[in-house]
Design a protein around this ligand. Structure first.
Ligand SMILES: [Zn+2]
Length: 166
């Protein structure tokens, strides 16, 4: 389990890693922002472990094409993302046994930011504390957990063993 890093320190670290991209999600898709902890990929989407998380076990479902609004997103793409996100939530439940999984399409409303993107994506986040709330989980203001490569590889292996889609 990684240790909590202050938001400012995490942003500085990401910038140092070369994390200022025209699109963070496209950079993740292309593997140009650090190692990629890829759980699943197909012609429409990728499912991966983000390296900076608010709750350990976080899974990111990412549309392969650069789309920034639901108007631009085909119904077939949305259904595919939703199906993958539900499956990711099931895998989290099976693997980590959280109290609950939060599932949300968030993203930046202020253009492309260091830690947030306009590119359509879904977060699947396990919740382990009964008093945890979305306002805290979906913000970096209370800090962020940077997973190291070993921890992320270990988690990825656990998820992969439970991933098989029907
Ligand atoms: Zn993009």
């Amino acid at each position: 389990m990684p240790t909590l890093l202050r938001r400012e320190d995490a942003l500085a670290r990401i910038r140092q890693e070369g994390g200022d991209f025209a699109c963070l999600m496209c950079a993740l898709r292309d593997g140009s922002f650090g190692p990629l902890f890829l759980l699943h990929q197909d012609e429409r989407a990728l499912v991966l472990l983000p390296r900076y998380v608010r709750r350990w076990g976080h899974i990111l479902v990412l549309l392969r094409e650069h789309r920034t609004s639901f108007e631009e997103l085909s119904e077939a793409d949305w259904i595919h993302l939703a199906r993958l996100a539900r499956h990711a939530a099931c895998v989290i439940e099976r693997t980590l046994i959280p109290r609950r999984c939060y599932l949300a399409s968030t993203g930046s409303s202020d253009g492309e930011l260091t830690q947030s993107s306009t590119h359509i994506h879904l977060h699947v986040i396990p919740i382990f504390q009964p008093d945890d709330r979305p306002a805290s989980v979906f913000s970096w203001s209370e800090g962020i957990y940077p997973g190291d490569d070993g921890e992320l590889s270990e988690l990825l292996a656990c998820y992969r063993s439970n991933w098989l889609m029907g």
